[in-house]
Design a binder for this molecule. Structure first.
Ligand SMILES: NC(=O)c1ccc[n+]([C@@H]2O[C@H](COP(=O)([O-])OP(=O)(O)OC[C@H]3O[C@@H](n4cnc5c(N)ncnc54)[C@H](O)[C@@H]3O)[C@@H](O)[C@H]2O)c1
Length: 346
Protein backbone atom coordinates (compact mmCIF):
# COMPACT_ATOMS: atom_id res chain seq x y z
CA UNK A 1 0.00 0.00 0.00
CA UNK A 2 1.33 3.48 -0.93
CA UNK A 3 1.98 5.91 1.91
CA UNK A 4 1.33 9.62 1.20
CA UNK A 5 5.05 10.45 0.91
CA UNK A 6 5.93 7.40 -1.22
CA UNK A 7 6.93 8.27 -4.79
CA UNK A 8 4.27 7.42 -7.39
CA UNK A 9 4.66 3.92 -8.90
CA UNK A 10 6.82 3.66 -12.03
CA UNK A 11 4.63 3.57 -15.13
CA UNK A 12 5.74 0.89 -17.59
CA UNK A 13 5.86 2.39 -21.06
CA UNK A 14 5.94 0.69 -24.45
CA UNK A 15 7.34 3.14 -27.00
CA UNK A 16 6.85 3.10 -30.78
CA UNK A 17 9.16 5.12 -33.05
CA UNK A 18 12.85 5.52 -32.22
CA UNK A 19 13.47 8.35 -34.71
CA UNK A 20 14.96 11.80 -34.33
CA UNK A 21 12.28 13.41 -32.21
CA UNK A 22 11.89 10.51 -29.77
CA UNK A 23 15.65 10.09 -29.44
CA UNK A 24 16.51 13.78 -29.07
CA UNK A 25 13.56 15.26 -27.19
CA UNK A 26 10.90 12.93 -25.83
CA UNK A 27 12.68 9.91 -24.34
CA UNK A 28 15.35 11.97 -22.51
CA UNK A 29 12.52 13.87 -20.79
CA UNK A 30 10.33 10.81 -20.21
CA UNK A 31 13.04 8.94 -18.29
CA UNK A 32 13.40 11.88 -15.86
CA UNK A 33 9.82 11.16 -14.75
CA UNK A 34 8.29 8.24 -12.86
CA UNK A 35 8.23 6.05 -15.95
CA UNK A 36 10.28 3.07 -17.10
CA UNK A 37 10.87 2.23 -20.75
CA UNK A 38 9.76 -1.39 -20.78
CA UNK A 39 9.69 -2.17 -24.52
CA UNK A 40 10.63 -0.37 -27.72
CA UNK A 41 9.59 -0.67 -31.35
CA UNK A 42 10.80 0.69 -34.68
CA UNK A 43 10.61 -0.75 -38.18
CA UNK A 44 14.27 0.21 -38.56
CA UNK A 45 16.32 -2.30 -36.56
CA UNK A 46 19.35 0.01 -36.48
CA UNK A 47 17.45 2.89 -34.86
CA UNK A 48 15.69 0.48 -32.53
CA UNK A 49 18.99 -1.05 -31.38
CA UNK A 50 20.65 2.34 -30.82
CA UNK A 51 17.86 3.68 -28.60
CA UNK A 52 17.31 0.35 -26.82
CA UNK A 53 21.04 0.16 -25.99
CA UNK A 54 21.00 3.77 -24.77
CA UNK A 55 18.25 3.02 -22.24
CA UNK A 56 19.13 -0.63 -21.55
CA UNK A 57 15.79 -1.92 -22.87
CA UNK A 58 15.75 -5.65 -23.62
CA UNK A 59 12.29 -5.99 -25.19
CA UNK A 60 12.76 -4.84 -28.81
CA UNK A 61 10.17 -5.17 -31.57
CA UNK A 62 10.12 -4.31 -35.25
CA UNK A 63 6.38 -5.04 -35.40
CA UNK A 64 4.18 -2.53 -33.52
CA UNK A 65 1.42 -5.16 -33.04
CA UNK A 66 3.94 -7.28 -31.13
CA UNK A 67 4.89 -4.32 -28.94
CA UNK A 68 1.23 -3.69 -28.11
CA UNK A 69 0.94 -7.33 -27.00
CA UNK A 70 3.99 -7.08 -24.70
CA UNK A 71 2.78 -8.13 -21.23
CA UNK A 72 2.53 -5.72 -18.32
CA UNK A 73 2.52 -2.35 -20.13
CA UNK A 74 0.69 0.54 -18.45
CA UNK A 75 0.74 2.94 -21.43
CA UNK A 76 2.09 3.49 -24.94
CA UNK A 77 4.02 6.45 -26.32
CA UNK A 78 4.50 7.15 -30.00
CA UNK A 79 6.40 9.51 -32.28
CA UNK A 80 6.13 8.17 -35.82
CA UNK A 81 3.84 10.07 -38.21
CA UNK A 82 0.19 10.99 -38.70
CA UNK A 83 -1.12 7.83 -40.40
CA UNK A 84 0.62 5.53 -37.91
CA UNK A 85 -0.46 7.63 -34.92
CA UNK A 86 -4.12 7.24 -35.85
CA UNK A 87 -3.97 3.54 -36.75
CA UNK A 88 -1.73 2.28 -33.94
CA UNK A 89 -3.34 4.45 -31.24
CA UNK A 90 -6.72 2.99 -32.22
CA UNK A 91 -5.31 -0.53 -31.75
CA UNK A 92 -3.67 0.36 -28.42
CA UNK A 93 -6.81 2.01 -27.05
CA UNK A 94 -8.84 -1.06 -28.04
CA UNK A 95 -6.46 -3.03 -25.79
CA UNK A 96 -7.23 -0.58 -22.96
CA UNK A 97 -3.83 1.12 -23.11
CA UNK A 98 -3.58 4.90 -22.51
CA UNK A 99 -1.75 6.67 -25.34
CA UNK A 100 0.63 9.53 -25.87
CA UNK A 101 0.91 10.43 -29.56
CA UNK A 102 3.00 13.15 -31.11
CA UNK A 103 1.36 15.68 -33.36
CA UNK A 104 -0.10 15.49 -35.92
CA UNK A 105 -2.57 13.03 -34.39
CA UNK A 106 -3.85 11.81 -37.77
CA UNK A 107 -3.56 12.55 -41.50
CA UNK A 108 -7.00 14.20 -41.64
CA UNK A 109 -9.50 15.83 -39.30
CA UNK A 110 -11.94 12.97 -40.00
CA UNK A 111 -9.32 10.40 -38.92
CA UNK A 112 -8.58 12.44 -35.79
CA UNK A 113 -12.31 12.54 -34.98
CA UNK A 114 -12.47 8.74 -35.36
CA UNK A 115 -9.53 8.38 -33.00
CA UNK A 116 -11.26 10.67 -30.50
CA UNK A 117 -14.28 8.38 -30.76
CA UNK A 118 -12.07 5.32 -30.18
CA UNK A 119 -10.56 6.94 -27.05
CA UNK A 120 -14.03 7.78 -25.79
CA UNK A 121 -15.24 4.21 -26.39
CA UNK A 122 -12.20 2.76 -24.64
CA UNK A 123 -12.48 5.22 -21.73
CA UNK A 124 -8.71 5.74 -21.92
CA UNK A 125 -6.71 8.97 -22.37
CA UNK A 126 -5.16 9.73 -25.74
CA UNK A 127 -2.84 12.67 -25.12
CA UNK A 128 -1.50 14.66 -28.09
CA UNK A 129 1.99 16.24 -28.16
CA UNK A 130 0.96 19.91 -28.18
CA UNK A 131 3.92 20.80 -25.95
CA UNK A 132 3.79 24.49 -26.85
CA UNK A 133 1.08 24.89 -24.21
CA UNK A 134 3.73 23.78 -21.71
CA UNK A 135 6.74 25.84 -22.72
CA UNK A 136 7.58 27.92 -19.66
CA UNK A 137 6.95 31.27 -21.32
CA UNK A 138 3.66 30.21 -22.94
CA UNK A 139 2.45 28.83 -19.60
CA UNK A 140 3.27 32.09 -17.83
CA UNK A 141 1.50 34.01 -20.59
CA UNK A 142 -1.51 31.67 -20.50
CA UNK A 143 -1.86 32.15 -16.75
CA UNK A 144 -1.71 35.96 -17.13
CA UNK A 145 -4.21 35.90 -20.01
CA UNK A 146 -6.67 33.77 -18.02
CA UNK A 147 -6.40 35.91 -14.88
CA UNK A 148 -9.36 38.14 -14.00
CA UNK A 149 -7.01 41.16 -14.02
CA UNK A 150 -6.27 40.73 -17.75
CA UNK A 151 -9.92 40.78 -18.79
CA UNK A 152 -11.11 39.65 -22.23
CA UNK A 153 -8.51 39.07 -24.97
CA UNK A 154 -9.01 41.44 -27.90
CA UNK A 155 -6.43 40.37 -30.47
CA UNK A 156 -3.45 38.16 -31.20
CA UNK A 157 -0.53 38.63 -33.57
CA UNK A 158 1.99 35.89 -34.15
CA UNK A 159 4.76 34.46 -36.29
CA UNK A 160 5.59 30.79 -36.50
CA UNK A 161 8.16 30.17 -39.20
CA UNK A 162 10.38 27.42 -40.50
CA UNK A 163 12.88 26.78 -43.30
CA UNK A 164 12.28 25.30 -46.76
CA UNK A 165 14.87 22.55 -46.21
CA UNK A 166 12.87 21.00 -43.41
CA UNK A 167 10.00 20.12 -45.75
CA UNK A 168 11.99 19.76 -48.95
CA UNK A 169 10.39 16.37 -49.64
CA UNK A 170 6.86 17.80 -49.62
CA UNK A 171 6.56 20.20 -52.57
CA UNK A 172 2.80 20.34 -51.96
CA UNK A 173 3.44 21.71 -48.43
CA UNK A 174 1.42 18.88 -46.85
CA UNK A 175 4.29 18.17 -44.44
CA UNK A 176 4.56 21.87 -43.59
CA UNK A 177 0.85 22.02 -42.81
CA UNK A 178 0.65 18.76 -40.87
CA UNK A 179 3.92 18.77 -38.96
CA UNK A 180 4.49 22.51 -38.45
CA UNK A 181 1.32 24.60 -38.80
CA UNK A 182 -0.72 22.22 -36.64
CA UNK A 183 1.05 23.57 -33.54
CA UNK A 184 -0.35 27.05 -34.23
CA UNK A 185 -3.83 25.60 -34.81
CA UNK A 186 -3.74 24.44 -31.18
CA UNK A 187 -1.78 27.27 -29.58
CA UNK A 188 -3.75 30.23 -30.99
CA UNK A 189 -7.12 29.18 -29.51
CA UNK A 190 -5.34 28.07 -26.31
CA UNK A 191 -3.78 31.53 -25.88
CA UNK A 192 -7.01 33.36 -26.69
CA UNK A 193 -9.08 31.00 -24.55
CA UNK A 194 -11.76 30.22 -27.14
CA UNK A 195 -12.18 27.97 -30.17
CA UNK A 196 -11.52 29.17 -33.72
CA UNK A 197 -14.74 29.40 -35.76
CA UNK A 198 -13.41 30.61 -39.11
CA UNK A 199 -10.14 31.01 -41.02
CA UNK A 200 -9.02 33.19 -43.89
CA UNK A 201 -5.57 32.62 -45.35
CA UNK A 202 -3.68 34.63 -47.95
CA UNK A 203 -0.70 32.97 -49.61
CA UNK A 204 2.44 34.14 -51.44
CA UNK A 205 4.93 31.69 -52.89
CA UNK A 206 7.91 33.76 -54.10
CA UNK A 207 9.65 30.62 -55.37
CA UNK A 208 8.64 26.94 -55.25
CA UNK A 209 9.25 25.55 -51.75
CA UNK A 210 9.12 28.96 -50.10
CA UNK A 211 5.63 29.77 -48.90
CA UNK A 212 4.29 32.61 -46.81
CA UNK A 213 0.79 32.46 -45.32
CA UNK A 214 -0.98 35.31 -43.54
CA UNK A 215 -3.77 33.64 -41.64
CA UNK A 216 -6.69 35.41 -39.94
CA UNK A 217 -8.60 33.40 -37.34
CA UNK A 218 -12.17 34.29 -36.36
CA UNK A 219 -13.75 33.77 -32.92
CA UNK A 220 -17.32 33.89 -31.64
CA UNK A 221 -16.41 36.76 -29.27
CA UNK A 222 -15.23 38.88 -32.21
CA UNK A 223 -11.56 38.73 -31.08
CA UNK A 224 -9.05 38.99 -33.94
CA UNK A 225 -5.96 36.88 -34.59
CA UNK A 226 -3.43 37.10 -37.42
CA UNK A 227 -0.53 34.70 -37.70
CA UNK A 228 2.28 34.55 -40.27
CA UNK A 229 3.34 31.01 -41.09
CA UNK A 230 5.98 30.23 -43.64
CA UNK A 231 8.88 28.18 -44.91
CA UNK A 232 11.27 31.01 -45.79
CA UNK A 233 13.32 31.64 -42.64
CA UNK A 234 16.47 30.01 -41.27
CA UNK A 235 16.04 27.46 -38.49
CA UNK A 236 19.19 28.93 -36.99
CA UNK A 237 17.18 32.00 -35.91
CA UNK A 238 14.29 32.37 -33.43
CA UNK A 239 11.11 31.31 -35.23
CA UNK A 240 8.27 32.00 -32.88
CA UNK A 241 6.68 35.19 -31.53
CA UNK A 242 3.22 35.85 -30.08
CA UNK A 243 1.47 38.93 -28.74
CA UNK A 244 -1.96 38.98 -27.13
CA UNK A 245 -3.67 42.29 -26.39
CA UNK A 246 -6.38 43.04 -23.87
CA UNK A 247 -7.58 46.44 -22.66
CA UNK A 248 -4.56 48.60 -21.77
CA UNK A 249 -2.28 45.60 -21.43
CA UNK A 250 -0.60 43.04 -23.61
CA UNK A 251 1.59 39.98 -23.27
CA UNK A 252 4.45 39.16 -25.63
CA UNK A 253 6.18 35.79 -25.82
CA UNK A 254 9.42 35.62 -27.78
CA UNK A 255 11.19 32.43 -28.77
CA UNK A 256 9.28 30.34 -26.17
CA UNK A 257 11.42 31.63 -23.32
CA UNK A 258 10.87 35.36 -22.88
CA UNK A 259 7.65 36.93 -21.61
CA UNK A 260 6.78 40.62 -21.28
CA UNK A 261 3.59 41.86 -19.70
CA UNK A 262 2.96 45.51 -20.58
CA UNK A 263 0.39 47.27 -18.43
CA UNK A 264 -0.72 50.91 -18.10
CA UNK A 265 1.98 53.14 -16.59
CA UNK A 266 1.95 56.91 -16.92
CA UNK A 267 4.52 58.87 -18.94
CA UNK A 268 7.87 59.08 -17.19
CA UNK A 269 9.64 62.01 -18.88
CA UNK A 270 7.97 64.78 -16.88
CA UNK A 271 8.15 62.99 -13.54
CA UNK A 272 11.39 63.62 -11.65
CA UNK A 273 10.41 60.88 -9.18
CA UNK A 274 9.84 58.35 -11.98
CA UNK A 275 10.61 54.82 -10.95
CA UNK A 276 9.44 51.37 -11.87
CA UNK A 277 6.07 50.82 -10.25
CA UNK A 278 5.38 47.14 -9.52
CA UNK A 279 1.64 47.77 -9.98
CA UNK A 280 1.86 49.43 -13.41
CA UNK A 281 5.15 49.00 -15.24
CA UNK A 282 6.09 46.11 -17.49
CA UNK A 283 6.94 42.75 -15.99
CA UNK A 284 9.38 40.45 -17.74
CA UNK A 285 10.61 36.91 -17.30
CA UNK A 286 13.37 34.92 -18.92
CA UNK A 287 15.17 31.87 -17.61
CA UNK A 288 18.65 31.69 -16.19
CA UNK A 289 20.25 29.48 -18.81
CA UNK A 290 23.42 29.09 -16.74
CA UNK A 291 21.63 27.39 -13.82
CA UNK A 292 22.88 23.84 -13.37
CA UNK A 293 19.30 22.58 -13.54
CA UNK A 294 17.88 20.32 -16.21
CA UNK A 295 15.00 22.64 -17.08
CA UNK A 296 13.08 22.03 -20.30
CA UNK A 297 11.63 25.38 -21.36
CA UNK A 298 10.29 23.93 -24.62
CA UNK A 299 7.61 22.01 -22.71
CA UNK A 300 8.22 18.32 -23.45
CA UNK A 301 8.98 17.41 -19.83
CA UNK A 302 5.87 19.15 -18.47
CA UNK A 303 3.66 17.67 -21.20
CA UNK A 304 4.90 14.13 -20.51
CA UNK A 305 4.39 14.69 -16.76
CA UNK A 306 0.78 15.70 -17.52
CA UNK A 307 0.40 12.54 -19.64
CA UNK A 308 1.68 10.30 -16.83
CA UNK A 309 -0.74 11.99 -14.43
CA UNK A 310 -3.58 11.02 -16.80
CA UNK A 311 -2.27 7.44 -16.88
CA UNK A 312 -2.34 7.37 -13.06
CA UNK A 313 -5.96 8.59 -13.22
CA UNK A 314 -5.10 12.00 -11.74
CA UNK A 315 -6.50 15.32 -12.90
CA UNK A 316 -4.30 16.87 -15.57
CA UNK A 317 -4.60 19.56 -18.21
CA UNK A 318 -2.92 17.39 -20.87
CA UNK A 319 -4.22 18.16 -24.37
CA UNK A 320 -6.14 15.17 -25.65
CA UNK A 321 -7.34 13.81 -28.96
CA UNK A 322 -10.47 15.99 -28.85
CA UNK A 323 -8.08 18.98 -28.89
CA UNK A 324 -6.14 17.20 -31.65
CA UNK A 325 -9.30 16.77 -33.75
CA UNK A 326 -10.20 20.45 -33.23
CA UNK A 327 -6.72 21.57 -34.32
CA UNK A 328 -6.95 19.37 -37.42
CA UNK A 329 -10.31 20.94 -38.36
CA UNK A 330 -8.80 24.43 -38.07
CA UNK A 331 -5.80 23.28 -40.13
CA UNK A 332 -8.02 21.94 -42.90
CA UNK A 333 -10.02 25.18 -42.93
CA UNK A 334 -6.72 27.07 -43.32
CA UNK A 335 -5.62 24.87 -46.24
CA UNK A 336 -9.02 25.25 -47.94
CA UNK A 337 -8.86 29.00 -47.48
CA UNK A 338 -5.30 29.22 -48.83
CA UNK A 339 -6.62 27.54 -51.98
CA UNK A 340 -9.98 29.34 -52.29
CA UNK A 341 -8.93 32.76 -50.99
CA UNK A 342 -12.27 32.93 -49.14
CA UNK A 343 -13.19 32.64 -45.49
CA UNK A 344 -13.71 29.04 -44.45
CA UNK A 345 -15.70 27.99 -41.40
CA UNK A 346 -14.14 25.39 -39.12
N1 LIG B 1 6.46 18.37 -31.08
C1 LIG B 1 7.59 18.58 -31.69
O1 LIG B 1 8.33 19.51 -31.39
C2 LIG B 1 8.04 17.66 -32.78
C3 LIG B 1 9.30 17.82 -33.36
C4 LIG B 1 9.71 16.92 -34.33
C5 LIG B 1 8.84 15.90 -34.71
N2 LIG B 1 7.63 15.79 -34.14
C6 LIG B 1 6.70 14.74 -34.57
O2 LIG B 1 7.20 13.45 -34.19
C7 LIG B 1 6.89 12.50 -35.20
C8 LIG B 1 8.19 11.79 -35.63
O3 LIG B 1 9.07 12.73 -36.18
P1 LIG B 1 10.63 12.40 -36.35
O4 LIG B 1 11.24 13.66 -36.79
O5 LIG B 1 11.15 11.71 -35.15
O6 LIG B 1 10.58 11.37 -37.57
P2 LIG B 1 11.62 10.21 -37.87
O7 LIG B 1 11.35 9.78 -39.28
O8 LIG B 1 13.01 10.58 -37.47
O9 LIG B 1 11.17 9.03 -36.88
C9 LIG B 1 10.06 8.22 -37.09
C10 LIG B 1 10.44 6.79 -36.74
O10 LIG B 1 9.29 5.96 -36.81
C11 LIG B 1 9.66 4.72 -37.43
N3 LIG B 1 8.46 4.11 -37.98
C12 LIG B 1 7.80 4.45 -39.11
N4 LIG B 1 6.69 3.68 -39.24
C13 LIG B 1 6.67 2.86 -38.16
C14 LIG B 1 5.78 1.83 -37.73
N5 LIG B 1 4.67 1.50 -38.44
N6 LIG B 1 6.07 1.17 -36.60
C15 LIG B 1 7.18 1.49 -35.88
N7 LIG B 1 8.05 2.45 -36.23
C16 LIG B 1 7.79 3.11 -37.37
C17 LIG B 1 10.71 5.09 -38.45
O11 LIG B 1 11.52 3.98 -38.79
C18 LIG B 1 11.48 6.19 -37.72
O12 LIG B 1 12.57 5.68 -36.98
C19 LIG B 1 6.17 13.25 -36.33
O13 LIG B 1 4.79 13.11 -36.19
C20 LIG B 1 6.58 14.71 -36.08
O14 LIG B 1 5.61 15.67 -36.49
C21 LIG B 1 7.21 16.63 -33.17
Amino acid sequence: MLRPDDPPPMIRIGWIGCGTHAGEMLLPQLVRLDARLEALCDLDAGRLGRIADRYGVGARYTDPAALLAHPGLDAIGMAVGPAQHAALATDALARGLPMFIEKPPAPTAADAAQLAEAAHRAGRPCVVGFMKRYSTANRIAGNILRSAAFGPCVSLLGEYMTAPSYFAGDPDYSGFYLHHCVHAMDLVPWLLGEPVVSVQARRFEPVPGKLSLHVAFGFASGALATVVLGTHQSRGTPMEWWQVMGDHQRVEIRNVHEVRHYRAPGFKAGDPAATLDPAQDALTWEPNLTAAANEDHKGYHALLAAFLARVRGEASDAPDIADGARAMRVLEAMVRSAESGGTESV
